[in-house]
Design a protein around this ligand. Structure first.
Ligand SMILES: [Zn+2]
Length: 279
Protein backbone atom coordinates (compact mmCIF):
# COMPACT_ATOMS: atom_id res chain seq x y z
CA UNK A 1 0.00 0.00 0.00
CA UNK A 2 1.48 3.30 -1.11
CA UNK A 3 1.63 6.09 1.43
CA UNK A 4 -0.74 8.98 0.93
CA UNK A 5 2.09 11.51 0.57
CA UNK A 6 3.84 9.58 -2.18
CA UNK A 7 0.53 9.08 -3.98
CA UNK A 8 -0.11 12.83 -3.79
CA UNK A 9 3.40 13.58 -5.09
CA UNK A 10 2.89 11.26 -8.06
CA UNK A 11 -0.49 12.90 -8.64
CA UNK A 12 1.22 16.31 -8.69
CA UNK A 13 3.77 15.19 -11.27
CA UNK A 14 1.16 13.52 -13.47
CA UNK A 15 -1.26 16.44 -13.02
CA UNK A 16 1.35 19.02 -14.02
CA UNK A 17 2.13 17.04 -17.19
CA UNK A 18 -1.61 17.04 -17.96
CA UNK A 19 -1.49 20.77 -17.17
CA UNK A 20 0.93 21.35 -20.01
CA UNK A 21 -1.48 19.47 -22.29
CA UNK A 22 -4.24 21.81 -21.04
CA UNK A 23 -2.05 24.72 -22.17
CA UNK A 24 -1.94 23.18 -25.64
CA UNK A 25 -5.76 22.91 -25.62
CA UNK A 26 -6.12 26.53 -24.44
CA UNK A 27 -3.88 27.76 -27.25
CA UNK A 28 -4.96 25.54 -30.13
CA UNK A 29 -8.69 24.78 -29.69
CA UNK A 30 -9.93 28.36 -30.28
CA UNK A 31 -7.59 28.56 -33.32
CA UNK A 32 -8.95 25.28 -34.73
CA UNK A 33 -5.46 23.78 -34.78
CA UNK A 34 -4.72 20.09 -34.28
CA UNK A 35 -4.08 19.28 -30.64
CA UNK A 36 -1.72 16.39 -31.41
CA UNK A 37 0.32 16.85 -34.54
CA UNK A 38 2.91 19.65 -34.61
CA UNK A 39 5.14 19.72 -31.51
CA UNK A 40 5.17 22.86 -29.33
CA UNK A 41 6.60 25.98 -30.97
CA UNK A 42 7.29 29.52 -29.81
CA UNK A 43 4.22 31.57 -30.87
CA UNK A 44 6.50 34.49 -31.81
CA UNK A 45 9.31 32.95 -33.89
CA UNK A 46 8.25 29.33 -34.47
CA UNK A 47 11.25 27.94 -32.60
CA UNK A 48 10.67 24.29 -31.81
CA UNK A 49 10.61 23.80 -28.04
CA UNK A 50 12.88 21.00 -26.79
CA UNK A 51 11.45 18.31 -24.50
CA UNK A 52 13.54 19.44 -21.51
CA UNK A 53 12.20 23.00 -21.89
CA UNK A 54 8.71 21.47 -21.80
CA UNK A 55 9.13 19.95 -18.32
CA UNK A 56 6.18 21.42 -16.37
CA UNK A 57 7.02 24.55 -14.32
CA UNK A 58 10.75 23.63 -14.20
CA UNK A 59 11.21 24.21 -17.94
CA UNK A 60 9.82 27.72 -17.57
CA UNK A 61 12.23 28.43 -14.71
CA UNK A 62 15.25 27.05 -16.63
CA UNK A 63 14.62 29.31 -19.63
CA UNK A 64 13.73 32.18 -17.23
CA UNK A 65 10.36 32.77 -18.89
CA UNK A 66 11.82 33.68 -22.29
CA UNK A 67 12.05 31.91 -25.65
CA UNK A 68 15.64 30.62 -26.06
CA UNK A 69 15.66 31.72 -29.68
CA UNK A 70 13.92 35.13 -29.92
CA UNK A 71 14.00 36.13 -26.22
CA UNK A 72 10.28 37.02 -26.27
CA UNK A 73 8.49 36.60 -22.93
CA UNK A 74 6.58 33.34 -22.48
CA UNK A 75 3.16 33.93 -20.91
CA UNK A 76 3.00 33.24 -17.16
CA UNK A 77 -0.18 31.34 -17.97
CA UNK A 78 1.93 28.32 -18.96
CA UNK A 79 3.63 27.61 -15.62
CA UNK A 80 0.52 28.69 -13.68
CA UNK A 81 -1.73 26.20 -15.51
CA UNK A 82 0.91 23.46 -15.14
CA UNK A 83 1.27 24.12 -11.42
CA UNK A 84 -2.51 24.35 -10.92
CA UNK A 85 -2.96 21.07 -12.83
CA UNK A 86 -0.53 19.39 -10.45
CA UNK A 87 -1.95 21.02 -7.32
CA UNK A 88 -5.58 20.07 -8.07
CA UNK A 89 -4.61 16.44 -8.70
CA UNK A 90 -2.43 16.27 -5.58
CA UNK A 91 -5.03 17.84 -3.26
CA UNK A 92 -7.92 15.70 -4.50
CA UNK A 93 -5.90 12.46 -4.38
CA UNK A 94 -4.44 13.35 -0.98
CA UNK A 95 -7.93 13.93 0.42
CA UNK A 96 -9.86 11.04 -1.07
CA UNK A 97 -7.28 8.55 -2.34
CA UNK A 98 -7.13 7.17 -5.86
CA UNK A 99 -10.63 6.23 -7.04
CA UNK A 100 -13.08 7.01 -9.84
CA UNK A 101 -14.75 9.83 -7.89
CA UNK A 102 -11.39 11.55 -7.42
CA UNK A 103 -10.46 11.18 -11.09
CA UNK A 104 -13.88 12.52 -12.06
CA UNK A 105 -13.42 15.63 -9.88
CA UNK A 106 -9.92 16.26 -11.29
CA UNK A 107 -11.08 15.90 -14.91
CA UNK A 108 -14.03 18.25 -14.24
CA UNK A 109 -11.64 20.85 -12.76
CA UNK A 110 -9.40 20.66 -15.84
CA UNK A 111 -12.31 20.99 -18.28
CA UNK A 112 -13.79 23.96 -16.40
CA UNK A 113 -10.38 25.64 -16.23
CA UNK A 114 -9.75 25.33 -19.98
CA UNK A 115 -13.31 26.49 -20.81
CA UNK A 116 -13.04 29.52 -18.50
CA UNK A 117 -9.62 30.67 -19.78
CA UNK A 118 -10.53 30.22 -23.47
CA UNK A 119 -13.85 32.06 -22.93
CA UNK A 120 -12.04 34.94 -21.17
CA UNK A 121 -9.51 35.26 -23.97
CA UNK A 122 -11.60 34.51 -27.07
CA UNK A 123 -15.27 34.85 -25.99
CA UNK A 124 -15.93 31.33 -27.18
CA UNK A 125 -16.19 27.93 -25.49
CA UNK A 126 -14.99 25.29 -27.98
CA UNK A 127 -17.17 22.22 -28.62
CA UNK A 128 -13.95 20.24 -28.37
CA UNK A 129 -14.05 20.89 -24.63
CA UNK A 130 -17.77 20.75 -23.87
CA UNK A 131 -18.83 17.82 -26.06
CA UNK A 132 -15.76 15.76 -25.12
CA UNK A 133 -16.45 16.76 -21.52
CA UNK A 134 -20.06 15.54 -21.69
CA UNK A 135 -18.81 12.16 -22.95
CA UNK A 136 -16.12 11.96 -20.22
CA UNK A 137 -18.74 12.89 -17.61
CA UNK A 138 -21.05 10.09 -18.72
CA UNK A 139 -18.22 7.53 -18.71
CA UNK A 140 -16.71 8.57 -15.36
CA UNK A 141 -20.13 8.78 -13.68
CA UNK A 142 -20.97 5.29 -14.94
CA UNK A 143 -17.74 3.94 -13.44
CA UNK A 144 -18.59 5.44 -10.05
CA UNK A 145 -21.95 3.79 -9.39
CA UNK A 146 -23.05 0.23 -9.90
CA UNK A 147 -25.60 -0.65 -12.56
CA UNK A 148 -27.17 2.24 -14.39
CA UNK A 149 -27.35 4.64 -11.41
CA UNK A 150 -24.29 6.67 -12.44
CA UNK A 151 -25.37 6.75 -16.07
CA UNK A 152 -28.87 8.03 -15.23
CA UNK A 153 -27.48 10.56 -12.74
CA UNK A 154 -25.22 11.87 -15.49
CA UNK A 155 -27.98 12.08 -18.11
CA UNK A 156 -30.35 13.91 -15.71
CA UNK A 157 -27.49 16.30 -14.97
CA UNK A 158 -26.93 17.00 -18.68
CA UNK A 159 -30.65 17.65 -19.19
CA UNK A 160 -30.89 19.88 -16.11
CA UNK A 161 -27.79 21.90 -17.00
CA UNK A 162 -28.30 22.27 -20.74
CA UNK A 163 -32.09 22.49 -20.48
CA UNK A 164 -32.28 25.21 -17.86
CA UNK A 165 -29.74 27.45 -19.63
CA UNK A 166 -31.51 26.79 -22.93
CA UNK A 167 -34.74 28.09 -21.38
CA UNK A 168 -32.89 31.12 -20.01
CA UNK A 169 -31.49 31.75 -23.51
CA UNK A 170 -34.93 31.50 -25.18
CA UNK A 171 -36.43 33.80 -22.54
CA UNK A 172 -33.49 36.24 -22.88
CA UNK A 173 -33.78 36.36 -26.67
CA UNK A 174 -37.49 37.11 -26.34
CA UNK A 175 -37.07 39.86 -23.73
CA UNK A 176 -33.96 41.60 -25.08
CA UNK A 177 -34.54 40.82 -28.79
CA UNK A 178 -30.90 39.78 -29.16
CA UNK A 179 -28.76 36.82 -28.25
CA UNK A 180 -28.16 37.03 -24.51
CA UNK A 181 -26.62 33.64 -23.88
CA UNK A 182 -24.38 31.70 -26.25
CA UNK A 183 -24.68 28.05 -27.20
CA UNK A 184 -21.25 27.55 -25.59
CA UNK A 185 -22.68 28.46 -22.17
CA UNK A 186 -25.54 25.99 -22.63
CA UNK A 187 -23.12 23.18 -23.56
CA UNK A 188 -20.83 24.13 -20.66
CA UNK A 189 -23.72 23.70 -18.19
CA UNK A 190 -24.65 20.38 -19.83
CA UNK A 191 -20.98 19.37 -19.44
CA UNK A 192 -20.71 19.94 -15.71
CA UNK A 193 -24.18 18.46 -15.40
CA UNK A 194 -22.75 15.21 -16.75
CA UNK A 195 -20.39 15.13 -13.75
CA UNK A 196 -22.46 16.68 -10.95
CA UNK A 197 -25.99 15.27 -11.39
CA UNK A 198 -29.05 17.53 -11.56
CA UNK A 199 -29.15 18.92 -8.00
CA UNK A 200 -25.58 20.19 -7.79
CA UNK A 201 -25.82 21.37 -11.41
CA UNK A 202 -28.81 23.62 -10.71
CA UNK A 203 -27.05 25.01 -7.62
CA UNK A 204 -23.94 25.58 -9.74
CA UNK A 205 -25.93 27.53 -12.34
CA UNK A 206 -27.58 29.59 -9.59
CA UNK A 207 -24.13 30.38 -8.10
CA UNK A 208 -22.88 31.15 -11.62
CA UNK A 209 -25.57 33.80 -12.14
CA UNK A 210 -24.79 35.26 -8.73
CA UNK A 211 -21.03 35.40 -9.46
CA UNK A 212 -21.73 36.76 -12.96
CA UNK A 213 -23.88 39.55 -11.49
CA UNK A 214 -21.08 40.51 -9.06
CA UNK A 215 -18.44 40.49 -11.84
CA UNK A 216 -20.81 42.35 -14.16
CA UNK A 217 -21.38 45.03 -11.53
CA UNK A 218 -17.63 45.48 -11.00
CA UNK A 219 -17.09 45.57 -14.78
CA UNK A 220 -19.78 48.22 -15.26
CA UNK A 221 -18.47 50.30 -12.36
CA UNK A 222 -14.94 50.25 -13.82
CA UNK A 223 -16.20 51.14 -17.30
CA UNK A 224 -18.39 53.95 -16.01
CA UNK A 225 -15.25 55.50 -14.53
CA UNK A 226 -13.75 55.49 -18.05
CA UNK A 227 -16.97 56.99 -19.44
CA UNK A 228 -16.83 59.93 -17.05
CA UNK A 229 -13.26 60.72 -18.00
CA UNK A 230 -14.11 60.68 -21.67
CA UNK A 231 -17.20 62.88 -21.44
CA UNK A 232 -15.01 65.56 -19.89
CA UNK A 233 -12.63 65.49 -22.85
CA UNK A 234 -15.12 65.45 -25.71
CA UNK A 235 -18.75 65.01 -26.61
CA UNK A 236 -17.89 62.64 -29.44
CA UNK A 237 -16.59 60.08 -26.97
CA UNK A 238 -19.98 60.09 -25.28
CA UNK A 239 -21.72 59.29 -28.55
CA UNK A 240 -19.20 56.53 -29.27
CA UNK A 241 -19.71 54.95 -25.87
CA UNK A 242 -23.47 54.64 -26.24
CA UNK A 243 -22.90 52.54 -29.34
CA UNK A 244 -20.77 49.97 -27.53
CA UNK A 245 -19.56 47.23 -29.88
CA UNK A 246 -21.66 44.13 -29.50
CA UNK A 247 -18.66 41.90 -28.95
CA UNK A 248 -17.70 43.94 -25.92
CA UNK A 249 -19.54 41.86 -23.33
CA UNK A 250 -18.35 40.06 -20.26
CA UNK A 251 -18.15 36.31 -21.02
CA UNK A 252 -20.43 34.22 -18.79
CA UNK A 253 -18.38 30.99 -19.01
CA UNK A 254 -15.88 31.85 -16.25
CA UNK A 255 -18.70 32.72 -13.79
CA UNK A 256 -20.52 29.53 -14.69
CA UNK A 257 -17.33 27.49 -14.20
CA UNK A 258 -16.74 29.09 -10.79
CA UNK A 259 -20.35 28.36 -9.87
CA UNK A 260 -19.84 24.69 -10.74
CA UNK A 261 -16.70 24.53 -8.58
CA UNK A 262 -18.57 26.23 -5.72
CA UNK A 263 -21.39 23.72 -6.04
CA UNK A 264 -18.95 20.81 -6.10
CA UNK A 265 -17.54 21.91 -2.72
CA UNK A 266 -20.51 23.49 -0.95
CA UNK A 267 -23.56 22.49 -3.00
CA UNK A 268 -24.74 19.81 -0.58
CA UNK A 269 -24.19 22.05 2.47
CA UNK A 270 -26.06 24.89 0.74
CA UNK A 271 -28.93 22.56 -0.10
CA UNK A 272 -29.15 21.22 3.48
CA UNK A 273 -28.99 24.73 4.91
CA UNK A 274 -31.72 25.93 2.57
CA UNK A 275 -33.99 22.95 3.24
CA UNK A 276 -33.63 23.18 7.03
CA UNK A 277 -33.95 26.98 7.13
CA UNK A 278 -36.79 27.64 4.71
CA UNK A 279 -38.76 24.44 4.26
ZN1 LIG B 1 10.71 32.57 -29.99
Amino acid sequence: MMSRDILALLAFIFGSILGSFLNVLIYRLPRNESIVSPPSKCPHCGYRIHPWENIPVIGYLIVRGRCRNCQQRISLQYPIVEFAGGLVAALVIWNTGLNWAAISVIVLFYLLGVAAIVDLRHQVIPDGITLTGILLGIILSSFQSPGFNGLFRSIFGILAGGGSLYLVAVFGNFVFQKESMGGGDIKLAAMFGAFLGWKLTLIGIFLGFFIGAVFGGIYLALNRGKDDQQTVTSDEAKVDKTAMPEGNVLPFGPSLALGAVGSLFWGNSLLNWYLTSFM
